[in-house]
Each structure stands twice: as C-alpha cells, then as structure tokens.
Design a protein around this ligand. Structure first.
Ligand SMILES: *[C@@H]1O[C@H](CO)[C@@H](O)[C@H](O)[C@H]1NC(C)=O
Ligand SMILES: *[C@@H]1O[C@H](CO)[C@@H](O)[C@H](O)[C@H]1NC(C)=O
Ligand SMILES: *[C@@H]1O[C@H](CO)[C@@H](O)[C@H](O)[C@H]1NC(C)=O
Length: 427
C-alpha cells in the first residue's frame, strides 16, 4: 500500500516538471567591453558585449576560472556561469552612436522541456560552452536558429504586439526586450566545437520537440531576456527606419546572438532540474538554489581591460563594425585600427590612497543590523573627500578609514572578519 501511494505523486511530479521552469535574475551587467572568451579567446573581441554572471570572467577562461568568481551579477550561489549578448546602441542622424541603457541586467530562464522520447533532462556538463545565433545574419532565415532569436515590444498599457524576429520599426513605450534560446540538444561528446555551435543542436523547434539522432542528449533549455530602454530615445527617431543597432553593426536585429560558459555547480543544477516544479518560474520556490541578495549581485562589477570608450557619444562602434544592413550576410572586417591589446583593468574610480601613503583595500557593506564596520570615530560634511577622511583618521592614529555616501567618514583600528572589504564586489 505504502509503495503504491508513494509512486503516484512521483508520476504526477514528472508531468508537472515538463512545464516547470525557474528564472535566474541577473541584476546588472558584470562588464560591458570587447571580450568573448569563446569566439576570440585571449584577444580583444570583434564587438562589444554586455556580459552577465561570475566575476571569474576573463578573456581566456575555462570552467575552473568560473569557480574562482568572488561574486556574480546573477542570484543563485551555485551559478558562476557567464552569459553575454551584443550591446544595443542608438545611432543619431549625424552618425554618432551611444549605448542604450538597460533595464536591469538579464533574466535567464532554465526550462525543463523533456524530449518526447526521453524524460531525462541533464544539467549542462562542466566544461560546456556554446553560442546561439550568428552575428553575421542580416535577414530572417527559416531555421530553428533564426526562430530562437526574437524581440518583445513592451507596452504595459497598450494592446499586446506580436513578437518579431527583427528589430521592430515602432517605439516600445516600456522598452524593447531582446531574447534568445540556446540549443538544448548535445552531441554527448564535445564541450565545444570549432564553430562553437555544431556540438549542440536545436530540438525540432527552437524550444521543444525531439532532439536529432546526432545530438541525442537533452540538456535544460536556457533562454535569455535583456530589456533595453529604447523608449528613452522616443523623440530622437528620424527617417523611415528605427534608429537602433547592435554592437556588431547590425541594424536589423537578425544578428543578435547569445553566448554561455557553464559555471554551475552541476550537481546542484541537476537537483534543481529534477525538483523545481513551479510553473510560474519563481526561483525562490526552488529550495535547492540558495540566492545572493540583490545588493550583492548589483555590486558585482568587473573592470574593463581594453583601453577604448564604449559609452557616451562615439564616432564609430568599438572594434571594426561598420553598419551592415544586409540582407546578405555581414562580412567580418579586420585591421581597421581599433585597439587589439588587452591592458590592465581600468578602475571605475581614481585611487588617491597611494599619494597619501595609505592603501586601498576594497569595499564592504556598512551598517548591517545597525553595526558600523568602523565604529571608533566618525565625522561628516558636504565637503568630505577621501583625502580629508584619511587625514582625519590619521591625525587620531587610526589604522582604517572609510567614506560612505560621499559625506560620511568613519575611522577604526579593526575590522570584523565578517565584513572584510574586498575588491569585488565593488558595490
Ligand atoms: C580544474 O580543476 C580540477 C579540480 O581542482 C583539476 O583536477 C583540473 O585539472 C583543472 N582543470 C584545468 C583545465 O585546469
Ligand atoms: C550627434 O547628435 C547627438 C544627438 O543629437 C549629439 O548629442 C551629439 O553630440 C552629436 N555628435 C556630433 C559629433 O555632432
Ligand atoms: C535518455 O537520455 C539519457 C541521457 O542522455 C540517456 O542516458 C538514456 O540512455 C536515455 N534513455 C533512453 C531510453 O533513450
């Protein structure tokens, strides 16, 4: 009797899982720069990417490097993967470009879509990496790979618009969501391939159906959504066509693509795939996945290492990316004089501690549960600077100085190990 009653729920839970999923929030990009360790390992990449995930990201990287992440811009503690897509720009009538701001970072869906012939859905193996879509496409091609990329024009008050495969030619009042499905059928042997695609395949449709015999292993379907604030440019349209284009010189949107380097704790992800059964995709209902708080993920910022401007007004897209509108495939352009060197990480801040013969040790969270990290002396004022704070703490012979909210200065002689400052997250 007991065995019978225990089997029934198991059977039901299989059916439920088929439509279950969980959404991994990434609160901010980790870094925006010309990096692509899959396609251009060790080099400055062809175009700018918006990169999410673990701070172990680098110009060359493997699974082990993901595991060295000190933080991630995505929430699950077990996910140190990196996800990236090309960056969206606006082109003004005078030809200049500027980045379109994002709404958050990304939302990454892990969808438990089984193969109709086999219920087993695997976590991607440790060293798996893959690319979805081609940056050279400039027209819709009737393939699962083309269908896997789409746009949702967000308008929370208006009538729903159908999703499109190219960039829509109308304003989206609540932003434009670009989205891409990764292939979910693996050849079971190779973790990568020369074109970074052929070790993977789409099932019958881009998001469901049976895997081809050549790629029989069904892995969890990964789907990325990124929202761009195109509505900020509503009053800046001109001419007959929409003014946005991706960093790969693509004004059509068909050349959108996504990249994934696995950095999951594979056992935990497998358990999440086997047990997370929420049909609304709420990751908080996925007991096996412990999550970082948003204050932690949004403080996870990596310093860029290529000495070039990718934000503000630009005369050209970074790299060699003249606008190529198609419909024929775009041609890769090389040797246009763009920087090729990977330099030292460029600070987002100016480190003035050295000139005062102090040393910068990092950022930390303060005032958690009313507890100050540096509690022995404090001062404040609208004219506060890092220099002024250091001098004040030094005058009273304190070892540590810290500035908060640009106007508060704290001094102390010890730091609790729970609040150890770190270079990452920058916070
Ligand atoms: C990655 O780390 C594992 C475990 O520490 C080690 O056995 C393996 O050799 C490393 N792989 C590479 C490519 O360094
Ligand atoms: C081009 O137009 C934009 C938008 O009007 C403006 O902000 C920018 O400064 C202009 N760039 C040049 C080089 O004139
Ligand atoms: C189902 O897929 C798993 C993982 O790829 C494989 O090990 C297993 O043999 C497959 N089962 C059947 C009945 O094909």
């Amino acid at each position: 009797m007991r065995a019978g009653t225990r089997h029934l729920p198991l059977f039901f839970s299989c059916l439920e899982l088929a439509s279950a999923f969980f959404k991994v929030p990434c609160s901010t990009p980790l870094v925006v720069e010309r990096a692509d360790p899959i396609v251009d390992p060790g080099l400055a990449a062809g175009h700018v990417h918006t990169i999410m995930g673990g701070s172990g990201f680098g110009f060359t990287m493997d699974y082990n490097q993901t595991q060295e992440s000190q933080c991630s811009s995505c929430s699950p503690k077990a996910d140190k993967s990196n996800y990236w897509i090309p960056t969206l720009y606006y082109q003004a009538e005078n030809g200049s470009f500027t980045q379109v701001p994002q709404n958050g970072g990304a939302l990454i869906y892990y969808l438990q879509r089984p193969d109709p012939n086999n219920d087993t859905i695997l976590a991607p193996p440790k060293d798996l990496r893959m690319v979805a879509g081609s940056p050279y496409d400039r027209k819709y091609k009737d393939t699962p790979e083309a269908d896997a990329r789409s746009y949702a024009c967000l308008d929370y008050d208006g009538p729903a618009r159908e999703e499109t495969n190219g960039l829509p030619n109308y304003n989206c009042p609540d932003g434009l969501r670009s989205q891409v499905f990764f292939p979910s059928c693996w050849d079971g042997v190779n973790y990568d391939s020369p074109d970074h695609r052929s070790h993977m395949a789409y099932p019958e449709t881009y998001n469901g159906g049976a895997c081809p015999a050549s790629h029989p292993v069904k892995i969890v379907s990964i789907f990325i959504e990124v929202i761009w604030r195109t509505e900020y440019f509503e009053d800046m349209w001109y001419g007959d066509s929409q003014p946005f284009l991706f960093s790969n010189g693509d004004p059509t949107g068909y050349g959108f693509h996504g990249d994934f380097v696995n950095g999951w704790d594979v056992d935990i992800l497998q358990e999440a795939i086997n047990t997370c059964d929420d049909e609304g995709g709420d990751i908080e209902k996925c007991a096996v996945l412990a999550l970082y708080e948003d204050t932690f993920t949004s403080g996870c910022i990596l310093e860029p290492s290529i000495d070039e401007k990718v934000t503000g007004w630009l005369d050209a897209l970074p790299g060699c990316n003249p606008v190529q509108a198609g419909p024929e495939d775009a041609k890769p352009i090389k040797d246009c004089g763009a920087p090729t060197e990977i330099g030292k990480p460029q600070h987002y801040y100016t480190d003035v501690t050295g000139e005062l013969e102090w040393a910068w040790i990092g950022c930390t969270r303060d005032n958690v549960d009313g507890q100050r990290v540096l509690s022995e002396a404090s001062s404040s004022g609208d004219d506060m600077t890092v220099q002024k704070c250091i001098r004040a703490c030094e005058a009273d012979e304190y070892t540590y100085a810290g500035v908060e909210y640009a106007r508060e200065c704290y001094c102390g002689n010890s730091i609790d190990s729970a609040n150890e400052p770190a270079v990452a997250p920058m916070g």
